[in-house]
Every structure is written in structure tokens, then in C-alpha cells.
Design a protein around this ligand. Structure first.
Ligand SMILES: Cc1cc2nc3c(=O)[nH]c(=O)nc-3n(C[C@H](O)[C@H](O)[C@H](O)COP(=O)(O)OP(=O)(O)OC[C@H]3O[C@@H](n4cnc5c(N)ncnc54)[C@H](O)[C@@H]3O)c2cc1C
Length: 261
């Protein structure tokens, strides 16, 4: 192991102040960061432990929205989210240890192309609240492991508008639990949203599917719709063609299991 400092600030302000450059990293659940340290993919001079900051804790309702603290572990969200699709999504992540340690904020900041939470924030039209601004989910993911966060910017919470109905379906990688593909469908006050994760470098919405579901929010409305293979990922887990075939299947499954009649 290489040497680094361990800092435990007592507030968001102290944490942001302690992060005085690119060489320092926030530590939340450590489920992605510690593996990166062991593999020497990151060699920060200090880890700033934010996991127990009271300002990043808790889940509460706020004027038609659900606000989830950035340090809320997946297991807590699975147990306590008042948005059933979000509870379902969080409960599908990894295994019990990963769900008990890994956090919402860590998952978003890490921006793994197969992050379940990426589909959750994009599909539900969430806002990511940081120590300095509010970022719409649509503007948050810039590329593989790349977000709109500035150096030292700290995710404080995520604010989800309550959907009228929503559901999430995924095909799990049997080893890790990460989605080979995951699809969230939602009917919201702003319209229909269909968000896909695991299939490309960033999560994305399927506007053609959304338009088809606008008149008929049911699996039948998606009959015959396909997804172009061109921009989809191919790796040792699945070909682009397989992912393209999975997306409509999972969208229909999500609609059938509770997102639509
Ligand atoms: C075996 C295994 C299986 C997994 N399976 C799945 C799965 O099925 N689906 C899935 O989506 N994910 C999966 N994950 C990833 C898991 O969800 C992690 O919890 C998540 O990616 C990182 O969250 P963390 O709290 O552990 O963050 P950390 O590892 O502590 O940090 C990750 C990155 O985010 C930064 N960061 C953390 N919190 C904040 C914040 N509040 N503001 C700004 N930056 C922050 C850190 O500096 C670091 O760069 C799996 C991980 C493992 C090890």
C-alpha cells in the first residue's frame, strides 16, 4: 500500500475545505474506491471520510419529492424508499455487503457505465444536489466514469420527483450483480421516461419508446420497436447485438411487473 492521510471532517463545509485539489478523494462506502486504490488506478494523498456526515444522511419527503442523502447505503434505500421502483433498484445492487456499505452518492460520482443508480436518476428525472449547485440528472453523466462534478465538488443529496408509476428490470451479471442491461420505465408528471444503463458508456433515454408509451403505457405499445446496435457496448459479458435485444425485453418486463397495466 502507498502512504496516504485519512481525514474525518465533521461537516460538509469541513469536507469540501479539506479537499484542496485533485490529489484528495472523498471516501464513502469504499466499494469502488478501495478497489481502485489496490489496483493503483488512484493514488490520492488523502482520503476524506464522508460516510458518517449527518448532512449526507437520511431519507425524507419534501413537497412531492423524495430526498435521499448522498451517504445513504443502498440497503437503507431498498428498505425505506417510498418510490417502490427505487427500492427495487437499490435492492438489486451487488450483494448484501455491497448494499450495506455502498452509497447513492458514491455510485453516482463513480459513474460506472453499468450503475443501477444511473438509470434511477435519469429515469425518474432526479436532481443531484451538491455543496455548490443543483445538477439535473440529464446533465450529470458525461462519459464512462466521467461526471459534471468539478474537482472537490461533493454530492450532498439526490432529489427524486415522485412518479405516478415506475418499475425497473435488469439482467444481472451473475458474478457481480451489475446490470448487463437495466431499464427503468416511469410515468411522471412531466411525461414518460425510459432510461437504460449498462448498454453504453453513459446511461441514456429512449425517446422512441417514450413516444410509443405516451398513448398506451403497456408492454404491447413497444411491440416491434428495436434499438440500433451502433452505439452500444460490446465486452466479455455481452455483445452489442445481445444488449440491443435485451433493451426492449427489459422495458416490456418493467412495464409488466408494475410500471404499466
Ligand atoms: C462486488 C461488487 C458488486 C457491485 N455490484 C453493483 C451492482 O450490481 N450495481 C451497481 O450499480 N453497483 C454495484 N457495485 C458498485 C457499488 O454500488 C458501489 O457502492 C458504488 O459504485 C460506489 O459507492 P461507494 O459509496 O462505495 O463509493 P466509494 O467507493 O467510497 O467512492 C467512489 C467514488 O465516488 C466518490 N464519492 C463518493 N461519495 C461522494 C460524494 N458524496 N460526492 C462526490 N464524490 C463522492 C469517491 O471519491 C470515489 O471517487 C458493486 C461493487 C462491488 C464491489
Amino acid at each position: 500500500m502507498f502512504p496516504f492521510d485519512y481525514l474525518r471532517p465533521q461537516s460538509v463545509a469541513e469536507a469540501v475545505c479539506a479537499h484542496d485539489g485533485e490529489e484528495r478523494r472523498y471516501l464513502a462506502g469504499g466499494q469502488s474506491l478501495l478497489a481502485a486504490l489496490k489496483l493503483r488506478l488512484a493514488q490520492p494523498s488523502a482520503l476524506i471520510d464522508i460516510a458518517r456526515l449527518p448532512e449526507l444522511a437520511g431519507i425524507h419527503a419534501e413537497a412531492g419529492r423524495l430526498v435521499v442523502g448522498a451517504a445513504v447505503p443502498h440497503a437503507q434505500l431498498a428498505a425505506r424508499s417510498t418510490i417502490p421502483a427505487l427500492a427495487q433498484l437499490a435492492g438489486s445492487i451487488g450483494d448484501l455487503q455491497v448494499r450495506n456499505m455502498g452509497t447513492l452518492g458514491g455510485a453516482l460520482a463513480n459513474a460506472d457505465p453499468a450503475s443501477d443508480h444511473a438509470a434511477g436518476v435519469l429515469g425518474l428525472g432526479a436532481e443531484i444536489r451538491t455543496d455548490r449547485r443543483v445538477i439535473a440528472a440529464a446533465d450529470f453523466f458525461l462519459g464512462m466514469f466521467e461526471t459534471a462534478l468539478e474537482p472537490g465538488e461533493l454530492i450532498v443529496s439526490v432529489s427524486y420527483p415522485l412518479p405516478r408509476r415506475a418499475s425497473y428490470a435488469k439482467v444481472r451479471n451473475p458474478a457481480s450483480g451489475y446490470p448487463v442491461v437495466g431499464v427503468l420505465v416511469a410515468e411522471t408528471d412531466d411525461g414518460i421516461r425510459v432510461a437504460v444503463t449498462g448498454a453504453a458508456s453513459c446511461p441514456f433515454r429512449l425517446t422512441e419508446f417514450e413516444m410509443a408509451l405516451a398513448g398506451d403505457f403497456s408492454p404491447a405499445a413497444l411491440e416491434g420497436l428495436t434499438v440500433p446496435v451502433d452505439d452500444l457496448s460490446r465486452d466479455l459479458h455481452a455483445s452489442a447485438e445481445y444488449r440491443a435485444a435485451l433493451i426492449p425485453v427489459l422495458a416490456r418486463r418493467a412495464l409488466a411487473q408494475g410500471g404499466g397495466e
